[in-house]
Design a protein around this ligand. Structure first.
Ligand SMILES: NC(=O)C1=CN([C@@H]2O[C@H](COP(=O)(O)OP(=O)(O)OC[C@H]3O[C@@H](n4cnc5c(N)ncnc54)[C@H](OP(=O)(O)O)[C@@H]3O)[C@@H](O)[C@H]2O)C=CC1
Ligand SMILES: O=C1O[C@H](COP(=O)(O)O)[C@@H](O)[C@H](O)[C@H]1O
Length: 505
């Protein structure tokens, strides 16, 4: 296969030029996420002007300068880089060249290859030593034709230590069958080691911290199981709706958009066993085992909802049953997690914007302080906004009396790491792709196992056999969802006040 991947152990220094090709360069993802991530990598010196060229490819007709002008306003200064920003932008934008063409035309991709080769040769790069990274900022419907075109016309030629890698975005299929068809198709053209299935939640700072927290802290090791943990919630909330993306969103819904990928990936990292090492395959092996241990979803442990006003969007069908909210309880059938509900919850147009993992511990047996009902121990990892890790503990209230209260051990990143710039998820993941590290990407068997979990439920929703309940924009979602969480064991803390600062609420 053109563009071989060196195997572990036969490392070859990378000397060839790097071309990063953003397919779908005129689109939303490209301008909001992909190009800004490349800009920040360039600004920090992770990709350098003498070594890299960036190509945008899309159907729209425009010049290099038109694309650069479009992108300019999305390139925001990093923390502390305000003064050099204009200079940073003026060094970055000239690296971008635009090629226009359809996604299924030989001529378009031949032209793209010609432009990439011309750049490589202009830099004295030997044929076969060049590195080509194709980023699919595209709808999945065109993946098959684009993969075929790349394979036929745009691969790194021969085998002098160069490579060709593709980064594919979600949605990767609509269900098990379509995802497997897509995987088979792409798998016939590219090796698994060339395919980087991106899930940007795996690039978030606190998601990357999960393995360290779990496996580098002795105090968690004996506690992390069904003997001590009552339930785990993994929550994603947005306080805005589909905002003009209604037509797109309606084909997928919140389960395909958030639960099947982002929240399930987080669940894997919370629930997996200790990997043999940090090698990508060892980590991914353990994640697959978790997914394969998830029991079929019980519909009594599902609440789906749709916010009122969703169907006012003219691109959404008037009879749509697509959920914009879902709470789904997953149960992992293994020695560690038997009996512990993993409550996955996601919603649009909710009362707040946040993503967090909340591990709730069981009540203390033989409690002598009568503290039951005042709140349980919780270990909370807030992924966003304002990254934080905190632990809710029962302590003695200061004073002469022996009264207990809930307080916290608090690691707020903004206070603790004041000078640190936390990289954007996309920045980190693109850099991983350049470095050939697949640890934070989804392997084919993981993807399959993830679709196996949700496909039966999704088909029933698609067939209107499970109904979305209405909920008010700005609310907590259908009240049945809170009732479900309570039924499976979550105990809400009443009256706990952490701070008067409303920023976090
Ligand atoms: N370092 C930091 O930044 C720290 C911040 N804090 C802040 O203090 C505040 C309180 O902390 P904490 O208790 O952890 O978080 P919250 O008060 O946000 O929520 C506690 C839990 O109660 C749930 N809940 C809220 N209302 C209801 C309801 N009506 N029915 C059922 N469940 C409900 C929440 O669910 P849901 O997720 O669905 O809303 C969440 O799981 C938060 O704003 C938190 O961010 C606390 C400690 C440290
Ligand atoms: O993948 C998606 O994620 C975003 C939310 O990402 P975040 O990093 O801001 O949490 C969501 O808005 C979008 O619907 C979904 O497709």
């Amino acid at each position: 296969m053109g563009g071989n991947e060196p195997g572990l152990g036969d490392f070859q220094p990378e000397t060839g030029r790097l071309s990063i090709i953003v397919l779908g360069a005129s689109g939303d993802l490209a301008k909001k996420k992909t190009f800004p991530a490349l800009f920040h990598l360039h600004r920090q010196g992770f990709i350098e002007s003498h070594d890299v060229h960036i190509f945008g490819y899309a159907r729209s007709k425009m010049s290099d300068d038109e694309l650069r002008d479009r992108l300019r306003r999305y390139l925001t200064p990093g923390k502390g880089c305000e003064e050099t920003h204009d200079e940073d932008v003026s060094k970055f934008l000239p690296l971008i060249k635009y090629v226009s063409g359809p996604y299924d035309s030989e001529e378009g991709f031949q032209l793209l290859d010609k432009e990439i080769s011309a750049y490589e040769l202009s830099k004295d790069s030997k044929e076969g030593s060049s590195r080509r990274l194709f980023y699919f900022a595209l709808p999945p419907s065109v993946y098959p034709s684009v993969c075929k075109m790349l394979k036929n016309f745009c691969m790194n030629k021969s085998d002098l230590g160069g490579w060709t890698r593709i980064v594919v975005e979600k949605p990767f299929g609509r269900d098990l069958k379509s995802a497997e068809e897509l995987s088979t198709h792409i798998g016939e053209l590219f090796n698994e080691s060339q395919i980087y299935r991106i899930d940007h939640y795996l690039g978030k700072e606190l998601v990357q911290n999960l393995l360290v927290l779990r496996f580098a802290n002795r105090m968690f090791v004996p506690l992390w199981n069904h003997t001590n943990i009552s339930n785990v919630q993994i929550v994603f909330k947005e306080d805005f709706g589909t905002e003009g993306r209604g037509g797109y969103f309606d084909q997928y819904g919140i389960i395909r958009d958030i639960l099947q990928n982002h929240l399930l990936q987080v669940l894997c990292l919370v629930a997996m066993e200790r990997p043999v090492s940090l090698k990508p395959e060892h980590i991914r092996d353990e994640k697959v085992k978790v997914l394969q241990s998830v029991l079929p979803i019980n519909e009594d442990e599902v609440v789906i909802g749709q916010y009122e006003g969703y169907k006012d969007d003219p691109t959404v069908p008037k009879d749509s049953n697509t959920p914009t909210f879902a709470t789904v309880v997953l149960r992992i059938h293994n020695e560690r997690w038997e009996g512990v509900p993993f409550i996955l919850k996601a919603g649009k147009t909710m009362n707040s914007k946040k993503a967090e993992i909340r591990v709730q511990f069981k009540d203390v047996p033989g409690d002598i302080f009568n503290s039951k009902g005042k709140g349980r121990n919780e270990f909370v990892i807030r992924l966003q906004p304002s990254e934080a890790i905190y632990m809710k503990l029962t302590v003695k209230e200061p004073g002469l009396e022996m009264k207990t209260a809930l307080s916290e051990l608090d690691l707020s990143y903004r206070q603790r790491y004041q000078e640190v710039i936390i990289p954007e998820a996309y920045e980190r993941l693109i850099l991983d792709t350049i470095r050939g590290d697949q640890q934070h990407f989804v392997r084919r068997d993981e993807l399959k196992a993830a679709w196996e979990i949700f496909t039966p439920l999704l088909h029933r929703i698609d067939n209107n056999e499970v109904q979305s309940l209405p909920y008010k924009p700005g609310s907590r979602g259908p009240e049945q969802a809170d009732k479900l969480a309570e039924k499976v064991g979550y105990v809400q803390t009443h009256g706990y006040v952490w701070s008067t600062n409303t920023e976090y609420r």
